[in-house]
Ligand binder design. Sequence first.
Ligand code: MN
Length: 261
Amino acid sequence: MTILVTNDDGILAEGLWVLANELKKIAHVVVVAPDREQSAIGTAVTLRQPLRVRRVRPVVPEVDTYSVKGTPSDCVILALSTLIEDKIGMVISGINQGANLGDDVFISGTVAAALQGYFRGLHALAISVEVVSSHYLDTAAGLATQLVKWLDSSAVANNVFLNVNLPDLPLAEIKGVKVTRLASQTHIDTAREGNDGKGKYYWLVRHRTDKSTDNQTDMWAIGQGYISITPLHADLFNRSVPPIPGNLSSDLLQGLRQNQR
Ligand code: MN
């Protein structure tokens, strides 16, 4: 099997290469990754300028490696549609250096890259370690390998999209693995004002809220020292909201028609 490895921390990120080096032991690995850090770029795709691609020397020997001046989503779209001749069986994005928990999945380039694989019917895995300067990338790479083996087994019928996070702990101190759901309201985003002489500017600042007390969530699991595996899909439809009632529906239409007169 050929595995596409990508990330949003950029082609030189340590997490990417620890992952590629480990996956290489069980599969054929190709790397297509952004030429620079693209964290928090979310699901962005580049539609209004050409995408420049360079074949580059891999950090890990014998891994076909392409550097893309674009977003993580661009990388996966390119790889799956034209760049890679081999049939790709799975998309693995990471190892992101920094957690992607709860609401993070909406802005994470790591998760977005995996999403593009999932959109195309492939198993897709986004994997992150809790802190940027983690000492436990090897543990995450080992876990990715285990998950690839499981996903590749006949036990998994449909394509699966997983968001995986590891706590900042040595393997011996990790309490276990929890299948979780996404925590909500995980961040408070604010803007801090500054002035550099050229004028006023703003920095957006993310504050992580207190660790979730709901013991079903990814944030809780990480806070308690568990590995978190959150199965995702791309359907944002909210099933818990009642349908728009008939009278509102006819009122809306009537209001529209009255406005047009
Ligand atoms: Mn990142």
